[in-house]
Design a protein around this ligand. Structure first.
Ligand SMILES: *Cc1c(COP(=O)(O)O)cnc(C)c1O
Length: 368
């Protein structure tokens, strides 16, 4: 929190709109739509809820295939199980770490051959803020008339070919959980160029109440709308987003310099078409190196009370998804073995960076 968040929260109290609707919810939706460049937006209680409603609106149900990138956080995929649909997992491409469009095409053909019907949706992710090859992914899905739910939960502020992430799919989803680049403590958004779909999302997110004087329900709804108080935090945070992106990218530049000339690879944009918010800066260590690996680094950081974390554990390696069909897997498996997320907060100080640098230099020296 760094700007006008408290002022907007106070205005929610003054207006007495302490509810999952109100002027700040409307305002937050308008600001998000304008920023990402998608006409319609529903502010929701989480990013996971946004994916769930997208699946519901697309009519995804039992027996339907949904193709998801294995290398992600469980929020991308759990809604597929909420709908009792069938998750089909695919590997990443080694450059973006996100869904491999060529492999996606093969998987679609394979599923059509096996089941006799098209998968209902594809969920690509922009992991760590790094743009996926989203134009190619969308093109493959258009060819087969399959809907794209673009998981931009970690990628608010990133763009591809000059276009903001979250605006490429039939749906875009965002998250404002406590760890994301902007936060409302918890929250999310569903974006779509299709007005009717967003009207439907608002309806489903408020228990699907019919037009009637009494409470009447013909459809199964959810309690997924964002609170007006939290939307106030969101409006304040959006004023700071560009600043946060600059700060995250400053952390990234710092790590690029720090690891320059070492065998450790900082995960970078693979072309100047991609602009990452660098939500988290991540690195990959060399193969089978005794002294330069994630365990050694995590331990060295821990000794200085600095937190670092492994990359997301792929879904096909999770007990919950062990029965799911997986295509490929070598790329994300290898990244999980060798990669690490480094301290990347927007609030890192120069003193923090100095402490991090001294640990990194020490480990690199010991490895020589
Ligand atoms: C955080 C996250 C989500 C889910 O968002 P929540 O708001 O926490 O429900 C989905 N996908 C990815 C890739 C995420 O990082």
């Amino acid at each position: 929190m760094a700007g006008n968040e408290q002022k907007y929260v106070a205005s929610a109290f003054e207006s007495n709109w302490i509810a999952p609707l109100g002027p700040l919810v409307d305002k937050f939706e308008e600001v998000l739509s304008g920023y990402v460049g998608v006409a319609h937006c529903a502010a929701l209680s989480s990013g996971t809820a946004a994916i769930h409603l997208a699946l519901e609106i697309l009519g995804v149900g039992p027996g339907d295939d949904v193709i998801v990138q294995s290398f992600t956080f469980c929020g991308s995929i759990n809604p597929v199980l909420y709908q009792k649909a069938n998750p089909v997992l695919v590997d990443s491409d080694p450059e973006t770490w996100n869904m491999d469009p060529e492999l996606l095409r093969e998987v679609i053909l394979h599923r059509i051959k096996t089941t006799g019907k098209r998968p209902k949706a594809v969920i690509p992710v922009h992991l760590y803020g790094m743009p996926a090859r989203i134009d190619e992914i969308v093109e493959v899905c258009r060819e087969f008339e399959i809907a794209v739910i673009e998981d931009a939960a970690e990628a608010l502020g990133s763009s591809y070919k000059g276009q903001k992430l979250g605006s490429f799919g039939d749906f875009g989803i965002l998250s404002f959980n406590g760890n994301k680049i902007i936060t409302t403590s918890g929250g999310g958004a569903l974006l779509s160029p299709n007005k009717d779909r967003i009207i439907k999302a608002r309806f489903l997110s408020t228990q699907a109440r019919d037009q009637a004087v009494h409470y009447q329900h013909s459809e199964l709804g959810y309690n997924y709308r964002l609170s007006n108080v939290l939307a106030g935090i969101g409006v304040g945070q959006m004023e700071l987003l560009e600043q946060f992106v600059a700060l995250r990218r400053k952390n990234f530049d710092f790590y690029c310099q720090l690891f320059d000339g070492s065998p450790v690879t900082v995960h970078k944009e693979s072309s100047d078409q991609s602009f990452s918010n660098h939500w988290l800066t991540t690195v990959v260590f060399p193969k089978d190196h005794e002294k330069l690996n994630k365990e050694v680094f995590m331990q060295a950081f821990l000794e200085e009370n600095i937190e670092s974390r492994p990359l997301w554990k792929p879904m096909h390696m999770q007990p919950l998804y062990k029965g799911a069909e997986m295509h490929g897997g070598a790329v994300c498996h290898d990244l999980f073995q060798r990669g690490l997320c480094l301290p990347s907060g927007s609030n890192l100080t120069n003193a923090d960076r100095d402490r991090i640098a001294s640990v990194v230099r020490k480990v690199l020296r010991n490895a020589q």
